[in-house]
Design a protein around this ligand. Sequence first.
Ligand code: FE2
Length: 290
Amino acid sequence: MNVATVYENWEWETLLKDRVVVAQSPINDRLAKRAIYAFETFIERYSTSLDFSDRFTYLLNQWSADAAMRDKFACFYTPYFRNSEPKRGYDDKIVWQFHASYIDRLLDRQLIGPADAKCLRTILRKGAQHLRPFVERMAGEEPDLRAQLLPPGELPIVIRLMRYRPDFLAGTNPHIDKTALSGIIWTSDNRNSQKLIFAHDNADRLSQFEAPQVGENIGRPSCVFFGAAISDFREQSRIRGAVHAVLPVQGDGYRYSIACFWLLSGHPMKNFVTARHFIDDIGILRDYAR
Ligand SMILES: [Fe+2]
């Protein structure tokens, strides 16, 4: 399928108006499950081998010392891994994040295997292809940000894998991403029971959040939505971040999601406060202040 034919003008208009649009996932279930296998293997090795976690932390420290990379990736630390036991009230999820050149370094240091690396590279490539037409339109809307959205060399994209533990509290409280554009490009959610929900402009209560409609022609949905980076850079931009949350994950198994984040290169979002406050009339919010 030709990417250019997939993204019709209405999809851009919908994104600009609703801040979120639903498209067909660019990755099939087989590829997603292979990535989850790589993720699970990493989680297991990280938690059972001190040598392994030390080697990973060494890479992470190298990254944080590399100011050029940090600027390019808007302070999105990569490789990044969070598996700390949740404090009371906090998100109960494990996060693994990296950009393309770190896949090679993870492989070089035997922190992932060759088949893992191949799978993760494919997901990154497909995620980038998926988001790129929207990013081109964003650059058309804000021409002087083109060089930051589409810088030379490696694109400012990170892939994030997430594993949520079943719980009666929100998977994630309402917030706006620090990205220029986010794509939740695959989730293990049932097609008719999407956990990712969005706030309309005038919403002040959590019960007003809604999962976007999934068109009949879409098998496995992918939600593409704006983050805060553009309007943080230019207050008056028409590109405004979408407020979203993740409903509680019920059942026996974990919920998995794969995100592709397109960043505004050179615009650090480290200190941006993502949380947004809504009346919790359905009793699911985590109390971060506790
Ligand atoms: Fe988010």
